[in-house]
Design a protein around this ligand. Structure first.
Ligand SMILES: Nc1nc2c(ncn2[C@@H]2O[C@H](COP(=O)(O)OP(=O)(O)OP(=O)(O)O)[C@@H](O)[C@H]2O)c(=O)[nH]1
Ligand SMILES: [Mg+2]
Length: 686
């Protein structure tokens, strides 16, 4: 199969809030385009996009899926992305390699937390956008209310390009305002050809057709002139102007339908071809210098059988299986090998892949997500994808002794696949920590360790990353002296501690050398700093790292024979411990920004519960039967929030959270933590 030319490609990411029907919509498009011969469902676990066992079990997308279809002689690459806040790595990476995005919203819920987030990210990357209002068959769904919400909350340049025929249970089709025709509900079968618009909708269709034309001609002078002269504009001309406007981000067409019934697929696919730019027209902002061949790796799949599969966008090419590229990050040469076109979990070989196209190869040696590979080393910055930082950490231990290595390898592979999943060793406890964006993300990783890497691990409850700091100045002097037989030990230093204000919300550390008259030689002073730093790793209150301190070395003494770096390090460390106790030390805890979306009737219970978790309410937004509650809550209080929310809302609630800042722990709470630490320390000693 020869490479598709860039003008004939559409790269589209399907994004939106959790559970709005993105995977179902991709399924409908694949079915309508004849790529599959039946419409798969989430309930039966038969969609192309959600093929993983863990996705079936949880009935949600956990990672991005790459699919493609042909429509009107164009190749449309579709990237289905997860909407859950815990699985956003693929979503953000996918947005980096497309020209366009379909932003799916529920006709019941309208604009939700993650809708706004993916919209902002698309804005940052200047992506062309189409909004798809889905689930119009559901009770309380309302296209016009959702259109208004989209216009006020996302952009007033959103304009309807389709209208529903009927509503809720009586929804029977959609009207395509561009081609002035209707499509009738195929009830899960193939959508039939265009039909005449029902007479009783004539007035409403006229009104919205005018709004659409007004918006389009506004962006095109020539068309505007013809329109004002009363010319009946042909659909092709309107489409061409619309595509220009969409390309330049001046308009966002709003389409609609019912993904699970395959209603609206034809009009949406037509819109992707006619109204959304190809790589030839819009292209990518990823740099590749003067490279003649180049690819950008946006996703890595850790397959225990095939090994590593790298998904990429061709920046310069075409590339073939024989292409050898170099990774400027490692300077290593990589031969691509068989090029693959992915269709969910299936793949088909392809001879070549042209500029702008998306595909995959297996078994690259040392390539990670985010790498740009080029035919010769060019001095370019690989694009930085700003992944969200992990917000919670769990200690993981293998159930069987001796599985540590296997666990570490598995975790490494999983975090290659999802860069927001990170592992590190806790310097305080030596435990292996697994950090992620949500509890579910970490639990899924544990499930995958078992299913893919055959390691059973235990997950300890998450630990709160407390910190300690001081509130006032203090001083201490420590003399470390030992006389045992031969050469002794002697180090003597006096330090002053001062609170160091946070910079950009980050608490830091500063060491200031104020020694006069050389009472301690230059060579021993860094040893004091080193000793202080070591002592600061475990504060006296709860063994948490101490931050936000300036340490001033003011005085000291040395011995011509017995002094050593070691002696000064110990003296520094002990002086710090003494001074620390006198500096009014306090415990700090991370505060999270929480957004909970629940049915209106559960708001009271949720607010009461947040109150009992030391939460501070920041605002409430009712919308279509659901309310979004925003609050600031200490991390320690919401480590196990998902279970509580499920039981309060019967599983109809949803929440996201992100780190906000550190704050002092209230005294009565701090006291308990300090006592608990003391107890643990004594137990450890015993
Ligand atoms: N009634 C109705 N149900 C729908 C429609 N689209 C999707 N659903 C159902 O809504 C649920 C979520 O659909 P998905 O396709 O998994 O949604 P998603 O946006 O891919 O979800 P995540 O990937 O987890 O964010 C499933 O139970 C679907 O069957 C629709 O248009 N109408
Ligand atoms: Mg999905």
């Amino acid at each position: 199969m020869p490479a598709t030319e860039p003008g004939k490609i559409r790269n589209i990411a399907v994004v939106g809030h959790r559970g709005v029907g993105k995977t179902s919509l991709v399924e409908a498009m694949l079915f309508q385009a004849g790529k599959t011969n039946r419409l798969g469902t989430i309930e039966q676990g038969t969609t192309v996009g959600d093929w993983d066992d863990d996705e079936h079990r949880r009935q949600m997308s956990l990672s991005g899926g790459l699919m493609h279809l042909e429509w009107q002689g164009r190749k449309i690459n579709l990237l289905d992305t997860p909407g859950d806040a815990g699985f956003q790595a693929d979503t953000y990476a996918s947005l980096r390699v497309v020209e366009g995005a379909i932003v799916v919203v529920s006709g019941v819920m309208g604009v939700e937390v993650n809708t706004a987030k993916v919209w902002a990210r698309s804005e940052e990357y200047e992506l062309s956008r189409v909004v798809f209002v889905n689930m119009l068959d559901r009770e309380r769904a309302d296209f016009f209310r959702t259109l208004e919400a989209v216009r006020t909350q996302l952009s007033d340049r959103c304009v309807a390009i389709q209208l529903p025929i009927g509503a809720e249970h009586e929804l029977s089709g959609v009207v395509d305002l561009l081609h002035m025709c209707a499509y009738l509900d195929p009830a899960g079968g193939k959508e039939g050809g265009p039909q005449p618009i029902p007479d009783d909708l004539a007035d409403q269709v006229q009104e919205y057709r005018e709004k659409l034309l007004d918006a389009v001609v506004e962006t095109n002078e020539d068309l505007m002139a013809r329109y004002l002269e009363g010319e009946e504009l042909p659909a092709a001309d309107v489409a061409a102007a619309l595509k220009d406007a969409v390309t330049r981000d001046e308009l966002y067409p709003v389409a609609c339908g019912v993904a699970t019934k395959n209603l609206g697929s034809t009009a949406l696919l037509d819109l992707l071809v006619e109204g959304v730019p190809s790589p030839a027209r819009k292209g990518t902002t990823i740099e590749f210098g003067d490279a003649k061949q180049g690819v950008f790796v946006f996703k890595t799949i850790a397959d225990p059988f095939t090994g590593r599969v790298s998904c990429f966008r061709v920046l310069a090419g075409p590339v073939t299986g024989d292409t050898t590229l170099v990774d400027p990050r490692t300077h290593a040469k990589e031969r691509l090998g068989q090029i693959l076109l992915l269709q969910g979990k299936e793949n088909e070989p392809s001879d070549a892949l042209g500029v702008g196209d998306l595909g995959a190869v297996a078994k690259l040696k040392d390539v990670v997500t985010g790498d740009v590979l080029v035919d010769h080393e060019v001095p370019v910055e690989p694009p930085h994808i700003d992944f969200p930082s992990p917000v919670m950490s769990f200690a993981v231990t293998p159930k069987a002794k001796g599985d540590e290595e296997k666990m570490a390898t598995g975790l490494r592979r999983l975090s290659e696949e999802d860069p927001t999943l990170q592992m590190r060793r806790d310097p305080q406890t030596g435990e292996q920590l697994l950090s992620g964006l949500s509890q579910m993300q970490v639990e899924v990783a544990v499930d995958r360790l078992r299913s893919r890497f055959h390691v059973d691990v235990e997950l300890q409850p998450p630990r709160v990353p407390y910190k300690e700091t001081i509130r006032k100045e203090s001083r201490a002097r420590h003399r470390y002296k030992k006389q045992t037989g031969g050469r002794g030990q002697f180090g003597d230093c006096e330090i002053r501690l001062e609170p160091l204000p946070a910079e950009d919300g980050e608490l830091g550390y500063e060491f200031v050398d104020k020694i006069v008259g050389g009472v301690i030689s230059q060579s021993y002073r860094p040893a004091v700093d080193k000793g202080v730093r070591e002592a600061m790793e475990h504060g006296d209150l709860a063994g948490a790292p101490v931050q936000g301190v300036r340490v001033v070395l003011v005085d000291g003494m040395e011995h011509s024979v017995d002094s050593s770096e070691m002696a000064f390090k110990i003296a520094g460390s002990l002086a710090f411990k003494e001074a620390y106790q006198k500096a009014d030390p306090v415990l700090l805890e991370p505060i999270m920004e929480l957004e909970v979306t629940v049915p209106d009737d559960a708001v009271g219970a949720v607010n009461g519960d947040l109150n009992s978790r030391r939460g501070r309410l920041q605002g409430m937004e009712p919308r279509g039967g659901m309310t979004t509650v925003r609050a600031e809550v200490p991390m320690a209080e919401i480590l196990t929030y998902s279970q509580a929310l499920t039981s309060m809302t019967g599983g109809r609630g949803d929440y996201t959270m992100s780190f906000l800042r550190y704050e002092e722990v209230p005294t009565h709470v701090a006291q308990k933590i300090i006592e608990q630490t003391k107890k643990e320390r004594e137990e450890a000693k015993a």
